[in-house]
Design a protein around this ligand. Structure first.
Ligand SMILES: [Fe+2]
Length: 195
């Protein structure tokens, strides 16, 4: 496998990730309570559509097609946002859960673009690197905007729900939560065995 093939794999992964986000972001805009977060996610949806187009341009420059790989990592990150959107919580506390998922999504993309840019530069693909850098700048900015908005939301969450340290720990109830809890025990067990 050549370095160019690794770059193409990374880019196909990002292309799938961005397409998955175009589908997922409208539900996030609708789901959150904070008007500021709604604005940030709506603006990022527009940006994301532009990022899909930019990746098509990148593939054209490289003379390849963008499809061929599904990004499992982004599917998992979006799944976590969906879980936060389905949480039985209200107001700013609910939004805080969504922020956790959204930050993971953004940082996953930031990692992907950072690596793709480094490879493109190494291959002397400066036009590709500069297009990808435009997107990376947008992703970094989106992550920053979400974290800036979170400051007021966290304050509000504390005001609304307080900090109840005596609250009993949440028990898994749905089949999905039970499966997740069982898997977390297995993760711990396997880590212990491999130490
Ligand atoms: Fe993106």
């Amino acid at each position: 496998m050549s370095l160019r093939e690794v770059l193409l794999d990374e880019l196909k992964d990002l292309y799938s990730a961005e397409n998955q986000l175009v589908k997922a972001l409208p539900k996030t805009v609708k789901g959150v309570n904070s008007p500021e977060l709604k604005n940030i996610f709506a603006a990022h949806l527009d940006e994301t559509k532009g990022q899909v187009e930019r990746l098509k341009q990148v593939f054209e420059l490289l003379g390849k097609k963008p499809t061929g790989k599904h990004c499992d990592g982004m599917e998992g990150a979006i799944e976590e946002v969906k879980e936060a959107l389905a949480e039985d919580a209200e107001g700013a506390v609910f939004d805080t859960g969504v922020i956790g998922g959204a930050a993971r999504v953004e940082h996953y993309e930031i990692a992907g673009y950072t690596v793709a840019i480094a490879i493109a530069k190494q291959l002397g693909e400066s036009e590709v690197a500069s297009l990808l850098t435009e997107t990376l700048t947008e992703e970094l900015n989106a992550a920053k905007l979400v974290m800036n908005a979170s400051k007021a939301i966290l304050k509000q969450a504390l005001a609304e729900e307080g900090d109840d340290r005596d609250e009993p720990e949440k028990k898994p109830t749905t089949p999905k939560e039970k499966k997740s809890a069982a898997k977390s025990l297995r993760d711990q067990e396997e880590a212990r065995k491999s130490r």
